[in-house]
Design a protein around this ligand. Structure first.
Ligand SMILES: [Zn+2]
Ligand SMILES: [Zn+2]
Length: 340
């Protein structure tokens, strides 16, 4: 079978590899129909992903149709449309035992730490396979994972309809978090430095948008909250200064979620947190969010087709990567279709 392999930074090839076989009784083999290209795939390609090793079959956003199942598999059957959760955990460590396997001490992500989903067939354990109950568009099956990131963020914040939320950054993660927050009837104000992205965010339900290069965010937040200050912040900009800004902007008793993986420090004091008794939480990957997202897709409460900027055949991976590299501001999600 064919697969997309990053041999080393800036060298990507369509290679011939062995098709996976059922080995364990809980194995499932999926014929991939769709994959989403993520910022972290771009980083693996560019050599800037500190977690990845080479050579690597990339892709952690993927889905398709079940073609083979091990003898003990009961939750899916041949022909089911599914999305595959790329998070692989041990089941034994503290985090796993308390039900937070997405931060397992020996966590591996398919497509990053081990081979991923940009290939014609993928094998995964039954527990990583999540099925659709309707005849969902095959080209969108790979977009469940990016929405699980948005779902996890909102789950960590326990977003409700009472919340007013500031989302910093209207890239794919900001947009996914926005759609999930809106599906819970929260009010959302979203920022970016690119006007087109904000137009897109507005189209996807943002109550207000702020072009931070031209407008005063603090003033707009004052109006948005009747002078109260913003109680919930999702920082998808993920720079040391955006974290500092979040802590400054949050109102007393506010909640902040951070998702960045950079290890440069931010200048935040204990008093900044204590005085306002802020709740600052991290959000990583997803913890059992696949079924929640699939349900919302099928109910039409989350609209992945709006996130998709363009689709390419997987054999045109170089063209797809080049497009993302050259037009980062126009791209939300580029999808690869795995067809001949
Ligand atoms: Zn991703
Ligand atoms: Zn574990």
């Amino acid at each position: 079978m064919k697969a997309i392999k990053v041999i080393k930074p800036f060298e990507v090839e369509i290679v011939e590899v062995e098709k996976p076989k059922i080995e364990k009784s809980t194995d499932v083999i999926v014929k991939i129909t769709s994959g989403g290209i993520c910022g972290s795939d771009m980083q693996i390609y560019n050599g800037t992903n500190s977690l990845a090793t080479y050579p690597r079959i990339i892709g952690h956003e993927f889905g398709g149709i079940v073609v083979e199942v091990g003898e003990k598999v009961t939750s899916v059957k041949i022909g089911d449309k599914v999305a595959v959760d790329p998070v692989v955990s041990c089941g034994e460590c503290y985090a796993c035992k308390i039900g937070r396997h997405n931060v397992c001490s020996t966590l591996e992500v398919m497509g990053v730490h081990r081979d991923g989903g940009f290939s014609e067939f993928v094998k995964a354990d039954e527990k990583n396979i999540h099925k659709f109950h309707t005849d969902f568009d095959e080209s969108l099956l790979g977009l469940v994972e990016p929405y699980t990131i948005g779902m996890q963020i909102n789950n960590r914040l326990q977003t409700t309809s009472k919340d007013k939320i500031l989302i910093m950054g209207a890239g794919p993660i900001g947009i996914a978090a926005l759609q999930v927050a809106k599906s819970r009837d929260a009010k959302v104000i979203i920022t970016d430095i690119v006007k087109e992205r904000l137009n897109k965010a507005k189209d996807m339900g943002a109550d207000e948008t702020v072009l931070v290069t031209e407008e005063d965010l603090k003033e707009r937040l004052g109006k948005f909250t009747d002078g109260e200050g913003i109680p919930v912040i999702i920082d998808t900009v993920c720079t040391p200064s955006s974290f500092e800004e979040s802590v400054q902007l949050a109102c007393p008793a506010g909640r902040i979620v951070v998702i960045g993986l950079k290890n440069q420090p931010s200048n935040i004091t204990m008093a900044d947190i204590t005085k306002k008794e802020l709740t600052i939480v991290g959000s990583r990957l997803n913890c059992n969010c696949f079924d929640q997202v699939i349900e919302q897709f099928e109910k039409g409460k989350l609209n992945p087709e709006k996130l998709m900027t363009k689709a390419y055949n997987y054999k045109d991976i170089i063209e797809a990567l080049t497009m993302i590299k050259e037009h980062p501001q126009d791209v939300l999600k580029v999808v690869l279709k795995f067809e001949d």
